[in-house]
Design a protein around this ligand. Structure first.
Ligand SMILES: Nc1ncnc2c1ncn2[C@@H]1O[C@H](COP(=O)(O)OP(=O)(O)OP(=O)(O)O)[C@@H](O)[C@H]1O
Ligand SMILES: [Mg+2]
Length: 301
């Protein structure tokens, strides 16, 4: 979706961005923003505003709906356009390339800069939002929490976690953050789930992943979504990505999340490399990580 938005950003004019950001401000207060409010926030006069609304609607950046009144809102593409414009004004990126991964809760693209980067747009809240919207139309304006807010919060949390643990923990280097987007170093390698490790090396790689979990804990974070899908493996070692749900080690559920992270990773290795993964108690592993004494799984046997 963003591949189509990127060339659009280049053809949009300043007034189009006044409109989009006016709409963004209006959406903090209501799901569908009335014309008068858009005019107020975007500081465009009526005729200019209508012209800009039409242009942006035609390009799929804005949608309209008429029930008691005609209201407008940004589409995700419109929100993408605002973030892309900011990234390009800051010279963080020069353009957007091929998709690197499209998930339920995010879209990740290659971004062009002095070297290839990765641009991740969070989409959390959007699916829920659609369902809630269908169920109750827009009667419950007072309960309005926009999906922008949820997606932006997720991006903020992920960027903050990356900034805190980098470079001690092997994570993609974080470069910039705006709205629901983060820009980070592009990773080489393959997801752990797709890596065919030499069985001889399996325990070594398990130790590398758990070392990162232990270092993140020392830095004050529990990833809380560790799995074979959120680890990249290459010839230099392992990198742990996808941090929006990370919690601080003093979070009330931190111990539970840490244990679950350990179970996910150890469980994966035991299933995929049976006989190569020694048996040990995952509770003791989590305890060793918490006390800062983790020193490889063999020490736990
Ligand atoms: N920095 C990066 N460099 C290269 N590829 C990346 C990078 N970050 C993410 N990806 C790719 O994009 C995919 C989705 O990224 P991520 O796991 O961060 O998002 P997600 O919301 O968990 O997506 P999903 O719902 O599919 O798990 C990853 O599986 C990976 O293939
Ligand atoms: Mg993921």
């Amino acid at each position: 979706m963003v591949e189509n938005v990127a060339p659009l950003v280049a053809e949009l004019e300043s007034e189009d961005f006044y409109l989009l950001s006016g709409l963004e401000q209006g959406m903090r207060f209501s799901r569908w923003v009335a014309r008068g409010k858009i005019a107020e926030f975007s500081r465009l006069d009526g005729e200019e505003m209508d012209y800009r609304l039409d242009r942006c609607e035609k390009r799929g950046l804005v949608e309209r709906k008429t029930i008691q009144y005609t209201g407008f809102r940004l589409t995700f593409e419109g929100y993408d356009a605002l973030a892309l414009r900011t990234f390009s004004e800051r010279d963080t990126i020069e353009g957007v390339g091929a998709p690197l991964g499209v998930g339920k809760e995010s879209d990740v693209y290659e971004a062009r800069s002095y070297k290839p980067l990765a641009l991740k747009f969070h989409r959390e809240g959007y699916t829920n939002f659609r369902e809630v919207q269908k169920e109750r139309e827009y009667t419950a304006e007072k309960d309005h929490i926009s999906w922008f807010y949820t997606a932006r919060k997720a991006a903020e949390r992920e960027h903050e976690a990356l900034q805190t643990v980098y470079p001690e923990v092997s994570v993609p280097r974080p470069l910039d953050h705006n709205r629901h987007g983060i820009v980070m170093e592009k990773l080489e390698g393959v997801e752990l789930s797709r890596a065919e490790l030499d069985p001889e090396q399996a325990v070594g790689v398990l130790d590398l992943v758990l070392d990162e979990v232990a270092t993140a804990y020392e830095q004050g974070y529990v990833h809380a979504d560790m799995s074979e899908y959120n680890v990249f493996v290459d010839s230099d070692g392992v990198t742990v990505f996808d941090w929006p749900q990370a919690v601080a080690t003093d979070h009330e559920n931190a111990a539970e999340f840490l244990e679950r992270d350990c179970e996910n990773i150890v469980g994966y290795f035991s299933r995929k490399y049976p006989g190569r993964t020694p048996e040990f108690d995952v509770g003791s592993l989590a305890e060793a990580i918490r006390s800062g004494s983790f020193n490889g799984v063999r020490a736990l046997i």
